[in-house]
Design a protein around this ligand. Structure first.
Ligand code: ZN
Length: 314
């Protein structure tokens, strides 16, 4: 039997057909062009699903269902995108509209939730059933898998781990609140802090790596400069590890998962990120060495996690 997993993104709609072993058998994408009426976006989505199933000779009765991962606030129970900044969507009845083209069950969840489930079923947390994932990108998405299933909350807007408070009255967050985990641990926040430090310390190697213009700062530069012995960059990275470490400790103290996963471009740093983080959280989790402290790992499936996770919604 087969399931369809869809990663609905701001730029592209990625569709994959997944088998019982969570292998992606075939995949393709179409541009989202989200400024169009949602009916047209979802029609393109349906047509791509139909094209791929026909290519694979999959009959309607061999299709177990279709799952969609979408950014934004999702009402999973009713299949509605309540609000998505990326598309400018409000109360879009995705599963109902897509249901005009298919007879199989259709489900939707937040994209970070789907990525977490994908990593649990087929990726970096394959042997586990209780996982917390933070997607460290422009913002910070959160996913919670409890006993093998996504924790959705009773209503839309749960599992937003990035929008829990870290610093009272701290940096302004995209959500309007101050001091959220996102406003200290996103790639955007790391770049902001690196820029500030480079500006205040012209001698920092980060300035050279930015070719003299801090507009060129990216998430890799402070790591590289710190690696080359730059004390200012070292401080930026230590602060970043502390922010992320404190956030993870909070989540460990609530959920005590098997594993904590991280994803996003910062994961390219590999051990330079996970080793100091693991040391940090070992010291801070409640009950110290008398309790289980989960390993911090980087996600391994990339965008495939979203497709596989979405397929596993059904
Ligand atoms: Zn926030």
């Amino acid at each position: 039997m087969y399931r369809v997993g869809i990663d609905l993104g701001g730029t592209n709609i990625k569709v994959g057909i997944v088998d019982d072993l969570n292998q992606i058998l075939i995949q393709d994408s179409v541009p989202t062009k989200a400024e169009r009426p949602y009916q047209e976006v979802l029609k393109d989505m349906a047509e791509l699903v139909i094209a791929l199933t026909e290519k694979m000779n999959i009959k309607p009765n061999e299709l177990l269902g279709i799952g969609i991962g979408s950014p934004g606030t999702i009402d999973a129970k009713n299949g509605v995108v309540v609000y998505s900044n990326n598309f400018g969507w409000e109360n879009v009845p995705v599963t109902k509209e897509l249901g005009k083209y298919f007879t199989c069950p259709i489900r939707i969840s937040n994209d970070a939730n789907c990525a977490t489930l994908g990593e649990v079923r087929a990726g970096a947390a394959r042997e586990t059933r209780n996982v917390i994932l933070l997607t460290l990108g422009t913002g910070v998405g959160g996913g919670i898998v409890i006993d093998g299933n996504i924790f959705e909350g009773a209503h839309a807007g749960g599992a937003e781990l990035g929008h829990t408070s870290l610093i009272l009255g701290g940096e302004l967050c995209t959500c309007g609140r101050k001091g959220c985990v996102e406003s200290y641990t996103s790639a955007t926040a790391l770049i902001r802090d690196a820029r500030r430090a480079a500006k205040n310390h012209p001698e920092s190697k980060m300035n050279m790596l930015c070719k003299g213009d801090i507009a060129n700062m990216d998430g890799r530069i402070p790591f590289e400069a710190a690696q080359n012995g730059d004390a200012i960059a070292g401080e930026v990275i230590n602060n970043y590890i502390s922010y992320l470490g404190e956030a993870i400790i909070n989540f460990v103290n609530i959920f005590r998962p098997d594993v904590v996963l991280l994803s996003g471009g910062i994961c390219n740093q590999g051990d330079k990120l996970t080793v100091p983080l693991s040391k940090y959280i070992e010291k801070g989790c409640f009950a110290g060495d008398k309790a289980y402290v989960p390993e911090v790992r980087c996600a391994t499936l990339g965008y495939h996690a979203g497709i596989i996770g979405a397929a596993n919604l059904v």
